[in-house]
Design a binder for this molecule. Structure first.
Ligand code: PRP
Length: 211
């Protein structure tokens, strides 16, 4: 039998939805794999190996060929300009990246501060707007920054809008719609094209698009 196809799956809130889609495409990755602490799961009968990765790291595993395929958010793909093929919009975990802040707070005229875990997306956006900004990089709970007066704005993911609302923040501008994407290592695409094409076809059907 050929070497198993290695898939980097995102741990956390996207996992369940992603595993369900894989199931519809004919790959049973046991939706409660997340309850286990194991980081590599083998599915020999399907010739598949699953790596449980942090969503931000999926692209790294795929770029370096540690995984053949991965499921990554478009936010991560926009932020990290990596050498992977983005082959399919899986249309799961829809959300968007937005600029938010306290209400009635005009941007400071001189180098407004922007807190974000997406420095590239934020810099690109404000450069296009002709604004010179200072990025304050944070890793989470970004909404804290404007509340405590650390920054003028945040650039972050909005999903239900609850985090903004419950912290008294408002959205100023939408930057980009986000969904999860299927990504493939370029070398794997050549070497394992049959298995990968089969998976892309199955997932395309599950998502409801032509492969
Ligand atoms: C994300 C994002 C927002 C929140 C948005 O954070 O950074 O804070 O979810 O979701 P909502 O619009 O449904 O409220 P996450 O929960 O991933 O944690 P983090 O703050 O540690 O990044």
């Amino acid at each position: 039998m050929s070497k198993p196809l290695t898939i980097a799956m995102p741990k956390g809130r996207i996992y369940e939805e992603a595993a369900e889609l894989m199931q519809q495409a004919g790959y049973d990755l046991s939706a409660d794999a997340e309850k286990s602490r194991k980081l590599i799961l083998e599915f020999p009968e399907q010739n598949i190996q699953v790596m449980m990765a942090k969503p931000m790291d999926v692209v790294t595993y795929v770029e370096y060929g540690a995984a053949d395929i991965g499921i990554a958010g478009k936010d991560v793909l926009l932020e990290q300009d990596r050498d992977v093929y983005e082959v399919l919009d899986l249309k799961i975990s829809p959300c968007y990246v937005a600029v938010a802040g306290l209400p009635n707070q005009p941007l400071s005229r001189i180098a407004p501060k922007i807190a974000t875990k997406y420095p590239k997306i934020a810099s690109d956006y404000f450069r296009e707007q002709g604004e010179q900004i200072e990025i304050i990089p944070l890793n989470g709970s970004i909404e804290l920054a404007p509340i405590i007066g650390l920054t003028d704005r945040i650039v972050d993911i909005v999903s239900t809008g609850r985090t903004l609302k419950e912290n008294g923040l408002i959205e100023y501008e939408k930057i980009s719609d986000i969904t999860s994407r299927l990504i493939v290592n370029p070398v794997s695409y050549r070497l394992k094209s049959t298995e990968i094409d089969e998976m892309v076809a199955g997932l395309s059907q599950a998502v409801g698009v032509e492969a």
